[in-house]
Structures are given as structure tokens and as C-alpha cells.
Design a protein around this ligand. Structure first.
Ligand code: DGP
Length: 111
């Protein structure tokens, strides 16, 4: 069954898209954890970061590059990038995504 993010990529579910290119899409999280909360996802279906394969290196790097671009586009200087891997780490959607979180002070360590 398609993940919710695959359905967003396929245009079946609307999303507030802030950036897109041939390899990825960035859109606002429906349940924001901070004033700015954007998800950057690859168009390629990779369930979680530890499911990435040889050959995915450029794509993984691109996701970080786009996360930085989007953060700058949002006017953020301090922000946090998060990738939850697996249910015990809080992953709920099994399509790799980078959270871009900012717009407020962020505590460390994360919960
Ligand atoms: P994670 O817990 O790391 O798997 O993060 C999944 C995020 O996806 C969570 O912060 C909420 C967000 N999310 C879930 N469903 C939707 C949706 O339909 N649209 C949008 N924009 N975000 C969603």
C-alpha cells in the first residue's frame, strides 16, 4: 500500500509545497512541531535512511542541500534537521524524510 508521502508525490493528496525538483519535494508538515516545520522527501521510495543503497549517496546529499536551501528560503539561520529511523525513533511514515524544524529555540538533547 502506498505511503501518504507517495500519495502526495503522485498528487493524490494535497500538500503545501515549498520546493520541488526532479529528485525531491519539500512541503509543510501537517502537524508542525515548531513555527517552521518542513519535510524534504526523495521522489524515490526509500523506506528509511538505513534502507538506502549503494548509489543513493548523491540523492541523500541532495536532500541535505535542499533542506539548507529551504531553511534559508524560510529565513531560518538556526534550525534542526531530523531523520527518524524506525518506529522506536518516532518514524510514522515509512518514506524517508528530513524534518527541517525552526523558528523557535530548540532544546538539546531531543526527547
Ligand atoms: P515521522 O514521525 O518522522 O515519520 O514524521 C512524519 C511526519 O509527517 C509527521 O511530522 C506528520 C507528517 N505528516 C503525516 N501525514 C501527513 C500529511 O498527509 N501531510 C503532511 N503535510 N504531513 C504529514
Amino acid at each position: 500500500m502506498a505511503t501518504i508521502f507517495k500519495r502526495i508525490l503522485d498528487g493524490e493528496i494535497p500538500a503545501d509545497v515549498v520546493y520541488e525538483d526532479d529528485d525531491c519535494l519539500a512541503f509543510r508538515d501537517i502537524n508542525p512541531a515548531a513555527p517552521t516545520h518542513i519535510l524534504v522527501i526523495p521522489r524515490k521510495e526509500i523506506a528509511r535512511v538505513d534502507a538506502a543503497e549503494d548509489g543513493d549517496e548523491a540523492l541523500l546529499g541532495h536532500l541535505l542541500r535542499v533542506a539548507g536551501l529551504v531553511a534559508r528560503q524560510e529565513g531560518l539561520s538556526g534550525f534542526r534537521l531530523v531523520i527518524n529511523n524506525g518506529a522506536s525513533a518516532g518514524q510514522t511514515v515509512f518514506h524517508l524524510h528530513v524534518h527541517v524544524i525552526g523558528g523557535r529555540s530548540l532544546a538539546w538533547p531531543p526527547g
